[in-house]
Design a protein around this ligand. Structure first.
Ligand code: SF4
Ligand code: SF4
Length: 211
């Protein structure tokens, strides 16, 4: 999906037309940009859509909305669309967009903020099994103090056995290239990292995310 040609500037404001809305303008939430700005600590309204973030994004080919479009949705107040997007969950948090942005918007931080708001509001997660993958990834960081690919994949497959055939080939390829280590590398600040997870659990909103 692209926002190209879907935004119309009217005398009274802006209208956004999405493909599945039956030709009606999407419902917008005025003030959403301020909510995201306050939570992300970034001036999202500064974005002037230069697309430098998107042109450096390594996962742009699999995103439903490109990096600059997620920022645009926030500016427009298209809260439901932004929170439902798959892009916020597929973002690899590489921070390339942050480095490239001339306005210090930090789209990666915006994506993280949208994830938090999506979970807090119970918005169904736009990508099947992404929650299981995120949980498996974070579980290894919580225990080991850093990411461990093999451990994350083992946990993920244990909870989703039907995903094994689809992931086996890629796993073997990564393993043969030394991209997955059997023994996790240690970190010094394990206790501090565990404390971060403890604080995050204490602050987590009650209720669940979408499936
Ligand atoms: S690089 Fe920054 S200013 Fe340019 S489109 Fe992306 S977020 Fe907006
Ligand atoms: S942080 Fe996410 S959105 Fe930004 S460049 Fe990396 S993958 Fe793309």
């Amino acid at each position: 999906m692209s926002l190209e040609g879907r935004v119309r500037f009217m005398g009274s404001g802006v209208e956004l037309y999405l493909p599945d809305a039956g030709g009606r303008p999407a419902a917008l939430t005025p003030g959403f940009v301020r909510e995201v700005e306050a939570q992300a600590g970034r001036m999202v309204s500064r974005c002037y859509q230069c697309k430098k973030c998107t042109s450096g994004c390594p996962v742009s080919s699999v995103l439903d909305y490109q990096c600059h479009e997620i920022v645009r949705l926030v500016q427009l107040g298209a809260k439901d669309e932004a929170l439902r997007s798959q892009a916020i969950w597929l973002c690899a948090s590489c921070k390339t967009c942050r480095e490239r942005c001339p306005n210090d918007v930090d789209p990666a931080q915006v994506m993280d903020t949208l994830k938090i708001l999506a979970v807090a509001s119970g918005t169904p997660i736009g990508r099947k099994r992404v929650k299981a993958f995120q949980k498996a990834f974070l579980a290894t960081v919580a225990v080991l103090g850093r990411a461990h690919e093999l451990g994350s994949i083992a946990l993920y497959v244990a909870g989703n056995p039907s995903s094994l055939p689809a992931n086996m080939g890629l796993g073997l390829k990564m393993f043969s290239r030394g991209k997955m280590k059997i023994i996790p590398e240690g970190v010094k600040a394990k206790d501090e990292i565990r404390a971060i997870f403890r604080r995050a659990r204490e602050r987590a909103p009650k209720g669940g995310a979408g499936k």
